[in-house]
Design a protein around this ligand. Structure first.
Ligand SMILES: [Zn+2]
Length: 79
């Protein structure tokens, strides 16, 4: 819904000096990088996936995707 004031948007409107993600400083702080693609976030999602699969106790493992948790159809190949 584009309500998160990430650095990508703040930089676009001249409200911050850089569009880079403050934590890793390796990529633009877009929502997809902030919540999914950043290597700092992947351990969190791996742990959530592990908990889901353990708690649901179903035969097929669930693979979380950005589209699943964000309820969007955003192309995850974009930065
Ligand atoms: Zn990052």
């Amino acid at each position: 819904m584009h309500i998160v004031p990430n650095n990508e948007k703040l930089f676009k409107y001249g409200m911050t000096e850089s569009s880079l993600y403050d934590i890793c400083k390796s990529s633009t702080e877009s929502n997809i990088h902030l919540f999914w693609k950043c290597s700092n976030e992947q351990p969190f999602w791996c742990e959530i996936t592990k908990i889901f699969n353990e708690r649901l106790n179903i035969s097929d493992e669930i693979a979380l995707t950005y589209q699943t948790f964000s309820f969007s159809n955003v192309d995850t190949n974009i930065k």
